[in-house]
Design a protein around this ligand. Structure first.
Ligand code: GDP
Ligand code: MG
Length: 438
């Protein structure tokens, strides 16, 4: 979706004047891009109508940068389509109960673990996980393994017990042991089926959940939306978790779930690991789809590890090309905690296409070696890498217990990275330059 939308809007970006025909043409492309991305037909129709109305209106044609303005309108409408504001969990009861529902394979069990981890790490809560899927072989064990991994207790009564009773006793146990939130992992089926719904309704009646979260696989596109509609009709969901958004290149489900079901997407699963769950931000998702880069998420990630001032200073250095080996070293220390580098790159504006660049992939095992090499450089060498000649390379290799090849490789990597940063800052300035020409 991103690519098509970007190219449709790229044509408008630098325009000093936008005619109604230009807007029409762009809207035709946007419409195709959305349909191709498996966005619900009706949703597309409403969306285009709204954007067109605003785009040919005063708001845009009279503005100084109409091209940019159209993009802004598209961005705002995409954000609105996905619910506008970020939707938070509403956990009021004591203990609060979250019921996880969805089809088999959607990612319920994994998400139950991720969400418990999130609540305990980010909100200082004390979750209890409840294993109420007694049908899928090894489902209970799967949740127990997750629980061990994240250091949280899992309540189960084996697979011979009735799920309704398991849920009920799980909540009772949570009360006894002072847990403030209970997450119930329920059983799914391959397709929507009456037995499943009846069981879920029975659980709902007994435990009166604060949240009923539907877990759906974003990669299934329009199907995910249909599933959400059925579940919502039967159970009155409070929200949706979109999983496997890391593999969803089309974005159709993310764009239509809220519009079709009127239930907000509250979280997004971004990978298989327990920390790969993010609160869903409609505005950031819209920017990501439009290829403006998810700068906010990126900054947030950085801030979790680096302090704000440092992050700002670094951003400035990247912009002004003053990035040195000292900064490089500083960054390497953060990288370990920030997550995979290519994931971070994907969030930078204009970086999507560059993900494949091999030299950027810092092998975590190599980090120690790299650190040793940089630490063996003199102050001068770190600040002005150009001066590192052959004899200096030999000295650095000896000092760090590595080989000259290792040193060469690092310097090459550093130089490539700088070049890449240069491209990156040129790219994000590109739009402005063009406009100045008009
Ligand atoms: P359940 O049947 O609904 O409980 O689904 P599971 O939790 O067992 O997940 C099914 C598969 O999807 C597992 O292999 C998970 O690792 C995988 N999975 C779940 N969430 C995500 C996600 O956000 N991204 C990716 N890439 N895989 C996921
Ligand atoms: Mg499961």
């Amino acid at each position: 979706l991103s690519e098509r939308l970007q190219s449709a809007l790229q044509k408008l970006r630098g325009k000093g004047k936008v005619s109604e025909a230009d807007v029409k043409e762009a809207m035709r492309e946007v419409r195709l891009a959305l349909l191709e991305a498996d966005v619900n037909y009706k949703v597309v129709k409403d969306f285009i109508a709204k954007v067109r109305e605003r785009a040919v209106g005063q708001e845009v044609l009279k503005s100084l940068t109409p091209g940019q303005q159209v993009i802004k309108v598209v961005n705002e409408e995409l954000t609105r389509l996905m619910g506008g504001e970020q939707s938070k969990l509403e956990l009021k009861s004591k203990p609060s109960v979250i019921m996880m529902v969805g089809l088999q394979g959607a990612g319920k069990t994994t998400t139950t673990g991720k969400l418990a981890h999130y609540l305990s790490k980010k909100q200082n809560r004390r979750p209890l996980l409840v294993a109420a899927d007694v049908y899928r072989p090894a489902a209970i064990r799967q949740l127990e393994v997750l629980g061990e991994q994240i250091g949280l207790p899992v309540f189960s009564l084996g697979d011979k017990e009735n799920p309704v009773r398991i849920a009920e006793e799980g909540v009772a146990r949570a009360k006894e042991e002072g847990h403030d939130v209970v997450l119930i992992d329920t059983a799914g089926r391959l397709h929507i089926d009456e037995n499943m719904m009846d069981e879920l309704k029975a659980i709902r009646e007994k435990v009166k959940p604060d949240e009923i979260l539907l877990v759906v696989d974003a990669m299934t596109g329009q199907d995910a939306v249909n599933v959400a509609e059925s579940f919502n009709r039967e159970l009155e969901l409070t929200g949706v978790v979109l999983t496997k958004l890391d593999g969803d290149t089309r974005g159709g489900a993310a764009l239509s779930v809220k519009a079709v079901t009127d239930r907000p997407v509250k979280f997004a699963g971004m990978g298989e690991k327990v920390d790969a769950l993010e609160p869903f931000h409609p505005d950031r998702m819209a920017s990501r789809i439009l290829g403006m880069g998810d700068v906010l998420t990126l900054i947030e990630k950085a801030q979790a590890n680096v302090d704000e001032e440092k992050a700002r200073a670094l951003e400035k250095k990247i912009r002004t090309q003053q990035f040195t080996f000292d900064d490089f070293l500083d960054q390497l220390e953060q990288v370990r905690n920030m997550g995979p580098l290519d994931e971070l790159l994907g969030m930078m504006p204009g970086m999507g296409q560059m993900k494949g660049m091999k030299n950027l992939q810092v092998d975590e095992k190599q980090l120690t070696k790299v650190e040793a090499i940089i630490r063996s450089m003199t102050r001068e060498e770190k600040q002005q890498p150009e001066i590192i000649n052959a004899s200096r390379r030999k000295r650095i290799a000896a000092g760090s217990g590595t080989t000259v090849q290792d040193v060469n490789r690092l310097i090459k990597q550093f130089t490539d990275m700088k070049k890449m940063m240069k491209k990156f800052s040129a790219m994000s300035k590109g739009g402005k330059k063009k406009r100045r020409g008009f």
